[in-house]
Design a protein around this ligand. Structure first.
Ligand SMILES: [Zn+2]
Length: 257
């Protein structure tokens, strides 16, 4: 396959035990599920880009967030090493948003520039009460993981076409104000890393009531609807952020039989 086209590698970096209604708005109350946290690596002609850096360790998660399993092999450093990548060689880390399960472990990327939507960074400083814990704001003695790398953060405002060749940044607000997805034009087809705009495949597939179902945790449902419309317009295959389905293939595009 030509090295000119980007490839996407999803890596398992933790497993949450979570109320399904947290992910699927107004459905499945009382149902608990296991949901993976996924860190993506995009390789563009040898250049390494990471999208989201996963959750903290189990102890911290249990204390502030909820049950999380992170086996040694799921540590982001080990996960990267398993595909022959050293965190020091990662040039860019795109943070889809600044919730704890997407941006912990930032500190291990010493040489990377972190890309965040400006609106997301602004919001993370003073989130509303409902989302405060998600940003790890207001826990005594806890420095939020995104604060630890503030000097390395470079903000963007709005969509960025060809951030790297064939890799586009797209705003998908709703779950958070500055949620950012990544659209990747691979040799075969377009894939969209939709982050928590689409946590599970069924959020995107919808049901008999809604064509697409928002995340249970959201800040703006009108913006969310527009983000779904934007995803529809883009076409391509949406990769869900917390669904084992996304991990069925070790690389995208995958070889079809
Ligand atoms: Zn989130």
């Amino acid at each position: 396959m030509s090295r000119d086209f980007p490839i996407i590698i999803p890596l398992l970096v933790g497993v949450l035990t979570i109320e399904k209604s947290n992910f699927v708005y107004s459905r499945y109350q009382g149902t608990k599920i296991e949901a993976p946290c996924i860190m993506f690596v995009i390789d563009v002609g040898g250049k390494k880009i990471v999208v989201d850096t996963g959750p903290c360790d189990s102890e911290k998660a249990a204390k502030y967030h909820g049950p999380l399993r992170r086996d040694p092999s799921m540590h982001p450093e080990s996960a990267l090493q398993s595909i022959g990548i050293n965190s020091d060689d990662v040039e860019f880390v795109i943070l889809s948003h600044l919730h704890w399960d997407h941006c912990s472990n930032c500190k291990m990327f010493k040489n990377a520039t972190f890309i965040v939507q400006e609106t997301e960074l602004q919001y993370a400083v003073t989130p509303n009460e409902v989302q405060k814990a998600q940003y790890e704001m207001g826990f005594p003695g806890v420095i939020p993981p995104w604060v630890e790398v503030l000097p390395q953060i470079s903000t963007v405002s709005g969509d960025v076409h060809d951030f790297q060749k064939g890799v586009h940044l797209i705003t998908l607000p709703g779950h958070t104000p500055g949620l950012m997805g990544v659209a990747v034009e691979t040799q075969k087809q377009l894939y969209i890393l939709a982050s928590d705009c689409v946590p599970l495949v069924e959020n995107w597939m919808g049901d008999n009531r809604l064509s697409h179902i928002p995340n249970g945790l959201h800040i703006d449902l009108a913006a969310y609807e527009n983000s779904f419309k934007k995803l529809e317009k883009l076409g391509g295959t949406v990769l869900a952020a917390h669904d084992f389905e996304t991990l069925k293939h070790s690389v995208y595009p995958f070889a079809s039989r």
